[in-house]
Design a protein around this ligand. Structure first.
Ligand SMILES: *Cc1c(COP(=O)(O)O)cnc(C)c1O
Length: 463
């Protein structure tokens, strides 16, 4: 990847331009770049990332965003609409996630800026609640090894010890006995995914719930990915176990509106069974000379556009719209999984639904990736064991994509068999597939991050 993308075609701003440029020229530059980058995923060959992929829908969301883009959602006296949008986004999310079955007081939620934000707020709430209610001063959290790194990030930021529970290598579901053995008086919460990002599999939420209830600890279900599609798959008759508030020990759930909720990036919801839990992480500063300050979450100012457009996405689809898209996605995923299963050399991990992951016990699966990549396929790469995953989204439901997947996969398996024992040119990195790693993994990732951030600061190249 170039260190200065587009440097040959568009001027690089190494400083604030002295004079402004004409708006039309700026918009034309953005349109050219945007159209080119969209063509990457419009083929339907890119796993995850573009959940909706429908430009008409994006245009509609942009119109909704535009009306409130300039509004600060923090200043509610000026924009009571934000309370309406936020409250309704939370209510609709609770409807989808079994909030109706909560009988011991009304459940509640927070709208955040992304899945990581929802997880951070949940961990902060558990930490502060456990401190207040149970006097826990050295908190720990237990997550399945397969749960998202956002939990590790939250524990890192908030001084919570993270205990990573192993998963069964065949089912990829968390080892509940291990969790039971490692839970103690300082455990603030357990975590289960529905579903996890790597394999698309669902942890045994019912068993984790029993454990959580028995020990009086919280249970967070990470539905960042599955929260807005699994409930619809369930209604369509697919084999999806209960994972939401209908399971009595579940105390919070994260669900990303900016994934299968088909809203713009920058939006997610975390819902709580009890108000006290959500309220535990509120921040107040009542004696500040600038006035009494409070914010419901970690963000200060937020764009009203995000709340308005997320609300617009949800009410424009309704149960019917989400069910229609879920049906198409589940059917496409089944067709693709069938293609994988037709090759005895390949093995699907666990019991996935809309997102599946496959490996090979005969050859390095990255040979399959090496073959598919130049044909436009972008899978997410995994390690321990090496595997590829495909999160089926709406772009894959277009006619012909599943068939093309089956055909290219067959050719790729043949290619991979011929390459057995040879090195592969791709490897595992979240959100993409990195080139061959020659340095130690931590050093490599640090170098990649430094390089990316340096570019963003547009540090002039030497020559
Ligand atoms: C995407 C995802 C997250 C984190 O979400 P961001 O929106 O990237 O911050 C957490 N958990 C799972 C299972 C996810 O797929």
């Amino acid at each position: 990847m170039s260190s200065f993308p587009y440097a040959e075609r568009f001027a690089v701003n190494r400083a604030l331009p002295a004079h402004g440029r004409p708006r039309e020229e700026i918009l034309a530059e953005l349109a050219a770049i945007g159209a080119e980058e969209d063509s990457f995923w419009e083929t339907g060959r890119c796993s995850g990332t573009m959940y909706c992929g429908d430009h008409e829908h994006y245009h509609f969301l942009a119109s909704a965003f535009e009306q409130f883009a300039h509004v600060n959602a923090l200043q509610r006296d000026m924009c009571p609409s934000m309370t309406k949008f936020e409250a309704e986004i939370i209510a609709m999310t609770l409807d989808v996630l079994g909030g109706g079955s909560v009988t011991d007081g009304p459940p509640c939620g927070l709208v955040t800026t992304g899945g990581s934000g929802s997880i951070l707020h949940a961990v902060l709430a558990y930490r502060d609640w456990a401190r207040a209610e149970r006097g826990v001063t050295t908190p720990n959290l237990i997550k399945p090894e397969t749960a998202h790194p956002a939990f590790d990030k939250a524990c890192h930021l908030f001084g919570v010890e993270l205990r990573r529970a192993p998963v069964d290598p065949v089912t990829t579901e968390v080892d509940v006995d291990w969790v039971a053995d490692h839970l103690d008086a300082s455990t603030i919460a357990l975590v289960g995914s529905a579903c996890n990002y790597g394999y698309g599999t669902i942890d045994p939420i019912g068993q984790l719930s029993d454990l959580a209830l028995r020990h009086g600890v919280g249970l967070h279900v990470d539905g960042c990915l599955g929260g807005f599609i699994l409930p619809f798959g369930q209604r369509l008759g697919y084999d999806v176990p209960a994972f939401d508030f209908r399971v009595p020990g579940v105390t919070s759930i994260s669900a990303d509106t900016h994934k299968y909720g088909y809203a713009f990036k920058g939006s997610s919801v975390v819902v709580f069974r009890r108000r006290e839990l959500r309220n535990a992480q509120y921040f107040y500063l009542t004696d500040w000379t600038g006035g009494k300050y409070c914010s419901p979450g970690m963000d200060g100012s937020r764009s009203g556009g995000l709340l308005a457009s997320t609300w617009a996405a949800m009410v424009s689809l309704g149960w019917e719209g989400y069910l229609t898209y879920a049906r198409q996605i589940f059917e496409t995923s089944q067709a693709m999984q069938q293609a994988v299963r037709s090759h005895p050399q390949l093995r699907i991990l666990g019991k996935p639904t809309f997102l599946f992951s496959f490996t090979s016990d005969e050859f390095d699966i990255y040979h399959v990736n090496d073959f598919m990549r130049p044909r436009g396929w972008r899978f997410n790469g995994q390690q321990y064991p090496n595997a590829l995953h495909m999160a089926v989204t709406r772009p894959q439901t277009r006619p012909g994509v599943a068939q093309a997947f089956a055909a290219d996969l067959a050719a790729a398996v043949e290619y991979a068999q011929g390459q057995a024992g040879q090195p592969t040119s791709s490897g595992a990195i979240y959100g993409g597939v990195a080139g061959g790693m020659t340095m130690a993994a931590d050093e490599f990732i640090k170098a990649v991050m430094a390089d990316m951030m340096d570019q963003q600061q547009a540090i002039p190249p030497d020559a």
